[in-house]
Write a new protein. Structure first.
Lengths: 126, 384
């Protein structure tokens, strides 16, 4: 029997508790952000949940000033693409860093957020 | 596989309409049939693009509705949804239906209605084309997606906000020559640079508008097309995808799906980037045009901003890009956009584009990008 791969909801449950995780291919060791059924590197289907440090640096960023209906009251807010030290990248809301101090290459650390009652990723200063 | 031609084109005026998307498509479809000089009874299938009908019009099942409103209630119809690339995806599949011999004459169309809802709602619906769990939860918008691309491109290549603004100025200048464009007025660099911020570093005039509109094409096999007045040949139609999550893209300054689709299209057509005389590409944001001109091989990586600034992509330049005004000035009715770009290239290759005609154009290219850069289609066209 093949174990089912870790689910998206289990990832967000761990993230809500402050534990950022990824999945690692048991075949070739490639890291991926769930959900993922087959490894894009080697085609294997067996994955293990592995912890991520949560530390990384900003790869790109923006400040959203015109927001969608569901986030209209939040604007302006910053979103960054963050390259983690393990090599995978994630998007998150940037918190506790002034907009004018955002920069590509700036080091940030994972923060769990609740945005409109939904668990979401955040990144703040070290 | 058989050769396929576009033998009829039609679009509505782009802008605000008090008509449903099905009505907008049907108007364009009837115009395309008149342009092809064929009776509706010759159409054997409809390939249709519509994106947010379920949200803005509370309407699913839009392809049979569109065919019914046109007056073709019995042909097979299929709706394609690849975000903003929907009707270009529809086109690629329609080409395969004719090329395979399954049908001789088919229609491709698309339509969208969004100006009947407030901007925060349309912004929300468009954001549904990003990942629900990872991206929408953050409040990521489409200007936000391309702002991330812009910041990465600026960092890597030194691209400036003024170079991005030059794309908007150029496309508005072209749009002023297009009687069907949503915006038919020229703007200045200062208009763009001083406009309200939407998603830094993108400002209002870096962004295409929300638009209502429809577009339609009639495709035919070579046998049928040879009996029409001015067939424009489909030389290639290729699609490519990329990872759905922006975070999974290794280099945000590039759109690898554009590079892959372009390589496949040039290979199919036996053409090279330098063979292309006129381009309609997906300038949903000014930075998107810059990155697309690089990904299509028209300019070296990192020089797309310079190309816009120097006028190399203007009418009269090295390779005119978006003579229609592009999504920026012509407008972007998302489900119709891919088909509308093809309408413009067909018009250009027929030498019927009037004041915005690219003189002597023999080979044209269309490029349509879907959503968060995860879908791209590229097609090439030629004349006898």
């Amino acid at each position: 029997m093949t174990e089912p791969p870790p689910t998206l909801s289990s990832f967000f449950e761990r993230a809500r508790d402050g534990k950022l995780t990824a999945i690692k291919c048991d075949g070739c060791g490639a890291l991926a952000i769930p959900p993922r059924e087959l490894c894009a590197e080697c085609g294997q289907r067996r994955w293990s949940v592995v912890p991520l440090s949560g530390d990384g640096e900003i790869a790109s960023f923006t400040v959203i000033r015109i927001a969608p209906r569901g986030h209209a009251g939040d604007a302006p807010y910053a979103i960054a693409a963050v390259r983690l030290v393990e090599g995978v990248s994630l998007l998150g809301r940037v918190v506790d860093i002034p907009f004018d101090e955002l920069a590509i290459g700036r080091k940030v650390r994972f923060r769990p957020l609740r945005i409109h009652d939904v668990t979401a990723l955040g990144f703040g200063p070290l | 596989m058989r050769r396929v031609a576009v033998i009829g084109v039609g679009t509505t005026r782009f802008g605000k309409h008090d008509r449903t998307s099905a009505e907008l498509f049907a108007s364009a479809g009837a115009d395309a049939l008149a342009d092809a000089d064929l009776p509706a009874s010759r159409i054997q299938a409809l390939y249709y693009g519509n994106v947010v009908g379920g949200e803005t019009e509370k309407q699913l099942h839009t392809s049979p509705q569109a065919a019914s409103v046109l007056g073709l209630p019995s042909i097979p119809t299929t709706r394609f949804e690849t975000a903003c690339a929907s009707s270009h995806a529809a086109f690629r599949h329609a080409v395969m239906e004719v090329a395979s011999g399954a049908s001789d004459v088919v229609m491709v169309g698309g339509a969208e209605r969004v100006l009947n809802v407030p901007t925060p709602d349309s912004t929300e619906y468009f954001a549904y084309a990003s990942d629900a769990s990872w991206e929408q939860t953050l409040g990521l918008t489409f200007p936000g997606v391309f702002a991330l691309v812009a910041r990465a491109h600026m960092h890597k290549h030194g691209t400036t906000e003024a170079q991005m603004a030059a794309v908007a100025v150029k496309n508005h200048k072209h749009g002023a020559l297009n009687p069907k464009a949503q915006f038919q007025k020229e703007i200045t660099l200062e208009t763009v640079l001083s406009s309200a911020r939407v998603a830094d570093p993108l400002k209002l005039y870096d962004c295409c508008p929300f638009t209502d509109g429809g577009a339609a094409l009639v495709l035919a096999s070579e046998d049928v097309a040879r009996r029409t007045r001015r067939p424009i040949w489909v030389l290639a139609s290729a699609a490519a995808s990329d990872w759905m999550l922006l975070g999974d893209k290794r280099d945000l300054s590039r759109v690898p799906a554009t590079e892959r689709a372009a390589a496949a299209a040039y290979r199919q057509a036996g053409k090279r980037p330098e063979d292309v005389d006129v381009v309609e590409l997906h300038d949903c944001f000014t930075i998107a045009e810059i990155v697309a001109t690089e990904g299509l091989g028209l300019f070296e990586p990192g020089t797309g901003g310079l190309a816009a600034e120097k006028g190399w992509t203007s009418l009269g330049g090295k390779v005119p890009v978006n003579p229609s005004g592009g999504l920026k000035a012509k407008g972007h009715p998302i489900g119709a956009t891919g088909a509308a770009q093809i309408c413009e290239i067909v018009t250009q290759l027929r030498a019927e584009a009037g004041p915005r005609q690219v003189e002597g154009a023999r080979t044209g290219l269309t490029h349509t990008l879907g959503g968060n850069t995860a879908t791209v289609l590229v097609s090439l066209f030629g004349r006898d």
